[in-house]
Write a protein that binds this ligand. Structure first.
Ligand code: NDP
Length: 481
């Protein structure tokens, strides 16, 4: 673990192993924390916040430190990507791109460190001034999942640090390697001890203890909707703020006038990227009836050619499923699709490999809105194709979900694009693109997809508190009594 600027064992001395999902080999062993270790990490973060210097340091210096972390991630891209691939099963070529994206997030957050500011009012009357300050919210707990370990922590940590907060991070116990290495790099970059702390361990007791901890001021969580609810409930007990990035069942809507080559490629990328273990997965493909047969035929053709296999092979595009539990969940949904009489057009099986768990890219059409494969987050390489006849029907289908993370629309008609982007209830709408992302643009969901927004300048709102200062100069004026 990483506590107070150095490597640390757990108090109880227990350890855990991570295992490569593609090779079934042990990757690394880590200390396993319990509640007492969480208390230790929170104490370190609390002291670093309450005694400084990080929260009151000049923005310029904080910005420089974040830049240095970016430089160090850049310098270590290859080893970080390899570790990410070994623990998560994701393709190495993709892991390298994620490390580059993390560098960009740290660089962007570095620019924000110089823009943490409030507001002032000189319209309150003679001799009166009002100041609105933005102060760092305090100690932030971050709980992250296994699907994009370094990328997701980089959507949170540099922004919290830019605001002047300190942090205690609990990565998924399946993939803690790159988060721990990142913490080490923050210390190497000169960020003071105690500002960044990492505890390894299970959701219970480590995650749940963090969520209910009275010394934590803000909770930033990414993971499943069910755990997100319990984290929000625990955080509510001591009224700490919470931001939740949760699941999605994202519609990718294709109209007959779309650029079909582009839409086919993006639909395949949208669902099979990261083995479908992705909150933004375009797992619901809604296609206008007139072109549905042709479009589906082309998707099947393309999906057949995707290289699935050893994630360490640079040519691989779809790697291994994270663990047995996730595999059986995916298999359950494939069975459910068949039982509901959706038509299986491609895949549906587990590849016969000696090691690891690899699911064939799978496509169902003739899916209807009430089927579980159209409603629930599968988190696997399974595409459900539904059809519509009118724009209104497409919008109704898109909104027929408890989620609202993202949606894509493919059309050459600006009115269609505009109406879809106005009426579909989701945090991000992609027009003629899918799953693009930039540090400048906020990310987050409506409904059961979450609460709050990450990224962009708006993310500073999450990690700051507003303080009002009112200044009165001169005499008090008319006495009260
Ligand atoms: P979880 O929501 O179970 O886990 C996310 C993080 O929360 C992990 O670090 C986990 O620790 C921790 N956690 C678990 N229980 C608690 C708790 N009671 N209090 C505080 N923290 C807790 O997701 P999983 O990783 O198990 O994946 C399960 C499903 O979640 C997926 O199939 C997918 O549907 C969804 N998911 C969505 C993601 C998204 O980006 N929106 C990301 C990942 C998953 P631990 O790993 O030790 O359990």
């Amino acid at each position: 673990m990483w506590i107070n600027g150095e490597e640390s064992d757990s108090i109880g001395g227990e350890r855990m192993w991570t295992v490569s999902p593609a090779h079934d080999k042990q990757v690394a062993s880590y200390p396993l924390a319990d509640a007492a270790d969480v208390d230790r990490a929170v104490r370190a973060a609390r002291e670093a916040f309450d005694q400084g210097p990080w929260p009151s340091m000049m923005g310029r210096r904080r910005s420089r430190a974040l830049e240095q972390v970016a430089d160090l991630i850049q310098k270590n891209i290859d080893s970080l990507a390899r570790l990410e691939t070994l623990e998560s099963g994701k393709p190495i070529s993709q892991a390298v791109e994620e490390m580059k994206a993390a560098v960009d997030l740290w660089r962007y957050a570095a620019t924000l460190a110089r823009h943490v500011h409030g507001d002032s009012y000189n319209s309150l009357g003679e001799n009166k001034l009002g100041f609105v300050l933005r102060e760092p919210v305090g100690v932030v707990a971050m709980i992250t999942p296994w699907n994009f370990p370094l990328l997701i922590v980089s959507q949170k940590l540099p922004f919290a640090l830019a605001a002047g907060c300190t942090a205690v991070i609990k990565p998924s116990e399946l993939t803690p390697g790159t988060t721990l290495r990142l913490a080490e790099l923050t210390t190497e970059a000169g960020i003071p001890p105690g500002v960044v702390n990492v505890v390894n361990g299970y959701g219970s007791p480590v995650g749940s203890h963090l969520a209910s901890h009275s010394e934590i001021n803000f909770m930033s969580f990414t993971g499943s909707t069910a755990v997100g609810r319990s984290v929000a409930a625990a955080a509510g007990q001591n009224l700490k703020g919470v931001s939740l990035e949760l699941g999605g069942k994202n519609p990718n809507i294709v109209f007959a006038d779309a650029d079909m080559d582009a839409a086919v490629d993006a639909a395949v990328f949208g669902v099979y990227f990261n083995m479908g273990e992705c909150c933004n997965s375009g797992s619901r493909l809604l296609v206008e009836s007139g072109v549905a047969d042709e479009f589906t035929r082309r998707i099947v053709e393309k999906a057949r050619t995707i290289p699935v296999g050893d994630p360490l092979d640079p040519a691989t595009k779809v790697g291994a499923i994270i663990n047995e539990e996730q595999l059986s969940r995916i298999k359950g949904y494939i069975r459910s699709g068949m039982q509901c009489e959706a038509r299986l057009l491609l895949g549906g099986g587990v590849m016969p490999t000696e090691h690891g768990r690899f699911v064939e890219p799978t496509i169902f059409d003739r899916v209807t809105a009430e089927m579980p494969i159209a409603r629930e987050e599968i988190f696997g390489p399974v595409l459900s194709v539904l059809t519509f006849d009118t724009r209104a029907e497409a919008i109704a289908l898109a909104n027929d979900t408890c989620y609202g993370l993202s949606a894509g629309v493919w059309t050459r008609d600006v009115e269609t694009a505009f109406e879809i982007s106005q009426r579909v209830r989701a945090g991000t709408i992609w027009i003629n693109c899918f799953m693009d992302g930039y540090p400048e643009l906020p990310f987050g969901g409506y409904h059961d997809s979450g609460l709050g927004r990450e990224l962009g300048r708006f993310s500073l709102d999450e990690f700051t508190e507003l303080k009002t200062i009112q200044l009165h100069l001169g005499s008090r004026g008319t006495p009260w009594v």
